[in-house]
Design a protein around this ligand. Structure first.
Ligand code: AMP
Ligand code: ZN
Ligand code: FE
Ligand code: FE
Length: 286
């Protein structure tokens, strides 16, 4: 059966597997297609595309952008866009820079509360021994990880719950880019814009208002989400005649309860996105 996972993270953002390891895992799980949707970066594709082609595996361009709408933080997915498009590249660069600056501000807040961490520890947590920084991003999970290692908290969950989560005392603004600007950027680069995991948007006025924007799809199938929680997204997709997408939001060992392929889409949806990708990157057709 054709199954494609349209939502997962690599070591280029806050996942624990490299882009190549993700493709190998997808193949071993019997998946037919994949989009790597790192937070605010497409650098996974630098090594992943050639490898996927070698393995005859259908890899689709993807990204998960952090945005804000009506003062709330939302995640927006992009698919099938041209990877080297100036609009995408410059938005990713803006986010890389914003995230470094945000990490510095978060560290100041933690230090004020008696939890000192030096910048290098975060960089090591995010980029590993080889310090591969090109295009990779720093996220709150990397800071949470260091807090656990230093014994300030006993788990990543506790770090988010007490300090780093949205609205918690050490959380600094999560994105300075609006949803509208993000959607325009994805469209400019020739891609489809999709609302990620709508059930995680806490305020219903936000999700209601997003319905007035120019999205192409909504992520209905997500991780281990139970069926009854898919209904709202399904209703919205039908009303707006949007595409229905899905994926696991696999992050590797930092979220061990979610496996790659936990949620997926079938051939019809995948092909629509993949055709758009091939239009921009015909060299990857086989
Ligand atoms: P950032 O992109 O740096 O703002 O960090 C947000 C990311 O942190 C999310 O995409 C999740 O992967 C992760 N995250 C958010 N809340 C939690 C939580 N309570 N426990 C563990 N990870 C979380
Ligand atoms: Zn993440
Ligand atoms: Fe997300
Ligand atoms: Fe995600």
């Amino acid at each position: 059966m054709f199954r494609a996972d349209l939502h997962c993270h690599s070591t280029c953002s806050d996942g624990t597997m490299t882009p190549i390891e993700l493709i190998d895992l997808a193949l071993s799980q019997g998946l037919s297609g994949l989009a790597i949707t790192d937070h605010d970066t497409v650098s996974a594709y630098e090594e992943a595309l050639e490898y996927a082609q070698e393995k005859n595996f259908q890899l689709l361009s993807g990204v998960e952008f952090s945005a804000f709408h009506l003062g709330e933080s939302v995640h927006l997915l992009g698919y099938g866009f041209r990877l080297d498009h100036e609009a995408i590249q410059s938005l990713c660069q803006r986010h890389v820079k914003r995230r470094i600056e945000r990490a510095t501000k978060i560290l100041e807040k933690l230090a004020d509360r008696g939890m000192p961490i030096v910048h290098e520890e975060i960089i090591f947590s995010a980029f590993g021994v080889n310090q591969k920084t090109k295009g990779a991003i720093v996220g709150r999970p990397h800071i949470a990880q260091v807090m656990v290692q230093k014994g300030y908290v006993s788990s990543i969950t506790e770090a988010f719950h007490k300090y780093l989560g949205d609205g918690r005392p050490c959380c600094v603004e999560t994105s300075t880019v609006s949803a509208r600007e993000t959607v325009d950027c994805i469209h400019e680069a020739g891609g489809y814009a999709v609302i990620a995991h709508p059930h995680l948007i806490p305020h219903s006025f936000v999700i209601r208002d997003l319905q007035n924007m120019d999205f192409d799809g909504i992520e209905v199938y997500y991780g281990n989400l139970p069926k009854h929680r898919e209904e709202r997204g399904l209703r919205m997709a039908n009303k707006k005649e949007w595409m229905i997408t899905g994926g696991s939001d696999f992050h590797g060992s930092v979220k061990p309860h979610i496996r790659l392929g936990a949620s997926w889409v079938g051939e019809e949806t995948f092909s629509k996105l993949y055709e758009r990708f091939l239009k921009h990157h015909p060299q990857f057709a086989f």
